[in-house]
Design a protein around this ligand. Structure first.
Ligand SMILES: C[S@@+](CC[C@H](N)C(=O)[O-])C[C@H]1O[C@@H](n2cnc3c(N)ncnc32)[C@H](O)[C@@H]1O
Length: 274
C-alpha cells in the first residue's frame, strides 16, 4: 500500500510527539516495511486511516498505538554490549559506590530492550560476589517504551541466536539452563532485576533516585532538544556522585554541567556533581 507525502509527514509528527523518534525524510520504505502487518492486523485501508486513529483515544487506538510503537522501535541489543563499560562497572564504579554507601546500590537500565543490558549488569554483580568481592546489595530496574519487549525481558528466556550474541559458552553454561523454548536465565541473576514500561519522553521523577544509570543506544533516535531534556532529567534522577553511562559514541553536551566526563581505566562515563 502506498503512503502519500502528507500521510508520511503526519506519521513522522505522531512518532516524534509520542516517543521522540525522528525518522527523517524519504524513509517511506521503512514505514511501509514495518507497518504493513499492523495495517493488516487492524484492518486499516490506508495510512490516512492509520494516522487518524493514532490521534484519538479509544481502546482500539491505544492498542494500535502500542503496536505501531513496537513496530517502529529498534530493539537491537546483545550481552556485554560495549564490554569495556561492564568492566568499568565491575572494577571501578561498583567498588567505589560500595565503599561510599555500604547499603543498597540502585541501577537503572533506561531503554533496556529485551533485557540483555540489565541482566548483564546482574551477571557482573554475581561475578564480583563469586570472586569474594564486597557483599553487594544491588537492585536493578529495566525500562523500555515497548510493552512487548519488556514482556520478553520478563520471561528471561532467550533463543539460541540471542544467547550466542555476546556470551561465551562458559558464561552461558554458568547462568542459563536449557528449557523447551530456549535458554532460561537462572533465578540468582534474574531476581535482581525488575522491569517496567516507561517512555523517556514522559516524566520519570516517580522512579526515585539511582546510583548508576545506563541509557545507551537510544538517544541517537531523538532530536538534540529532546536529547538534552532527557539528559537533564537523567542527571536529576542520579544521586550526587552517581554515574551515567551512554554508548561509547554518545556524549553529554558541555552546557549540562551537572554531568562531568570521567576517563576511567576501562571506559568513559559521566559523574553527577553537586
Ligand atoms: C537499540 S535498543 C538499545 C537497548 C540497550 N540499551 C542496548 O544498548 O543494547 C533501543 C531501545 O530504546 C527503546 N526506546 C525507543 N524510544 C524510547 C522512548 N521514548 N522511551 C523509552 N524507550 C525507548 C526501544 O524500544 C528499544 O528497545
Amino acid at each position: 500500500m502506498d503512503i502519500t507525502l502528507k500521510e508520511y509527514s503526519d506519521f513522522q509528527d505522531f512518532l516524534r510527539r509520542s516517543c521522540g523518534i525522528e525518522i527523517g525524510e524519504n524513509k517511506q520504505y521503512l514505514v511501509k516495511n514495518r507497518l504493513s502487518g499492523v495495517l493488516r492486523e487492524f484492518n486499516l485501508a490506508s495510512y490516512s486511516e492509520l494516522v487518524s486513529h493514532l490521534e484519538v483515544h479509544s481502546v482500539f487506538s491505544n492498542r494500535l498505538k502500542s503496536k505501531v510503537i513496537d513496530a517502529m522501535t529498534t530493539n537491537e541489543t546483545f550481552w556485554f554490549r560495549d564490554d569495556s563499560q561492564f568492566l568499568a562497572l565491575k572494577n571501578e564504579v561498583l567498588p567505589e559506590l560500595f565503599m561510599k554507601t555500604r547499603g543498597v546500590i540502585k541501577i537503572w537500565s533506561a531503554a533496556c530492550s529485551s533485557g540483555q543490558e540489565p541482566y548483564t549488569m546482574s551477571m557482573c554483580v554475581e561475578e564480583m560476589k563469586r570472586f569474594k568481592g564486597p557483599p553487594l546489595n544491588v537492585q536493578i530496574v529495566g525500562t523500555d517504551i515497548s510493552e512487548a519487549i519488556i514482556n520478553v525481558a520478563r520471561t528471561s528466556v532467550y533463543s539460541d541466536m540471542a544467547i550466542n550474541r555476546g556470551l561465551d559458552s562458559k558464561v552461558s553454561a554458568l547462568y542459563f539452563q536449557k528449557v523447551e523454548a530456549g535458554y532460561q536465565l537462572k533465578s540468582e541473576i534474574a531476581q535482581r532485576v525488575r522491569f517496567q514500561q516507561l517512555n523517556l519522553l514522559q516524566s520519570f521523577s516517580g522512579m526515585g533516585r539511582f546510583d548508576i544509570i545506563f541509557c545507551r543506544n537510544v538517544l541517537i533516535y531523538f532530536s538534540d532538544e529532546v536529547k538534552r531534556d532527557i539528559l537533564r532529567r537523567l542527571a536529576d534522577a542520579l544521586e550526587p556522585g552517581g554515574y551515567l553511562f551512554l554508548s561509547s559514541t554518545e556524549s553529554v553536551p558541555m552546557d549540562i554541567t551537572a554531568l562531568v566526563p570521567v576517563r576511567g581505566k576501562q571506559a568513559r562515563y559521566f559523574k553527577k556533581v553537586g
